[in-house]
Design a protein around this ligand. Sequence first.
Ligand code: ADP
Ligand code: MG
Length: 459
Amino acid sequence: MSFDTLGLSPTIIANLQRQNYQKPTPIQEQAIPAVLSGQDVMAAAQTGTGKTAGFTLPILERLAKGERVKSNHIRALILTPTRELAAQVGDSVQTYSEGLSLSSAVVFGGVKINPQMMRLRKGVDILVATPGRLLDLHQQNAVKFSQVEVLVLDEADRMLDMGFIRDINKILDLLPKKRQNLLFSATFSEDIKALAKKLVRNPVEISVNPANATAVTVEQWVYPTDKNKKPKLLSYLIGHHNWQQVLIFCKTKHGANRLTRHLEADGISALAIHGNKSQGARTKALAQFKEGKIRALVATDIAARGLDIDQLPQVVNFELPHVAEDYVHRIGRTGRAGSTGQAISLVCADEFKLLVAIERLSQKLIPRQEIEGFEASNPVPKSHDVRPFKAKKPKKPKTPKVEHQDGQRSGEVAQGHKPPAKKRPTRSDNPYAKNTSNRRRGKPTGGNRGKPIGKSLNK
Ligand code: ADP
Ligand code: MG
């Protein structure tokens, strides 16, 4: 399959060639024709699978044909959860739309609103926005929605996690009733499905990955150690392996700052990126990291979500996330679009439960390594059980008595009293492979997502 057969115009295809995109990724293969057809689309695919182009390319194609945008109006609205992501999607829109006479702009909070108002004055075809700033701009009459033809919710799962649902609802109320709706997400959680009910009409549903499966091109390791040994162990690993570009996750802003100082003291150039940093500082840190000017970027989950850093070889979980799904998102930063990466986690005894949750979610035991001198004196027990917390519910309750592929009956809770399923459905080695088994865990810990963490483990 090549881009030519998907119904895109030569200008766009030339832009893709310039980016060295040889062929569409599976999500693009399915999403592009669906969006081109004008239908609503609900698409889930893991991080790094090319969702941005999946919705942007067909939108460009459609907009190129329509009528011109009026002043202060917009024709396509792409909502993203974070500023960094908005900037990144905005960059992609620019790259993909070169040579087309379409305009685009990016607006987000944390920077002056005036230049954004000026930018909107002439109208822009494609606006990439975070919800809060968009509402501010609308309130000040800087942006009008009556010409909107397409709405995209990008990283929709994260938007909900971050508590944007009210803003999203407000925006939905302001948009014209007749429009195309596209919902892109890394997962189809129950929350996403509830949102979709309000948003999309008879959507084309696309799902190209087993839910929550960690990318198979990412090698994963756990280093059991003690909490107080972690900073030194990290410096050792970076130095020993001579890692030049490593993204490190901490759970708290303070923890990230502290670790950054430690690395700097050990001669490893590092910057922190988190919500307490100004927008300028975050953008600068990211740019320096991408350009290879600093070796380590120390991030919190919210700051890092969805960032596309090309072929990042190394991700380190300095602390495990509170929410197992975040692990999947974190390590989604490596091995993007087919390249391999390594994700390692420094795990101390306190974090055992979090590790079990991660191994259950991703349905595999992560291999362990110990480094002499950094062994855990408080042992981190081995988990033996990767059964999911909850049995899969059937999509349509047509055949409720029939056993599912994974040996569990519908509606029963797997935890505790069920014998382990004999054989898990094997996952294809291709991270893009279609898989309809879509096991889901429900959302046992959802309430905590996106909120500042730091109560328990980092003290
Ligand atoms: P997602 O939104 O699914 O996390 P992105 O849209 O950010 O993924 O894309 C991830 C990376 O893959 C980006 O660097 C992008 O340039 C690259 N990419 C996207 N589509 C292709 C393609 N067809 N061929 C090669 N690289 C691609
Ligand atoms: Mg994305």
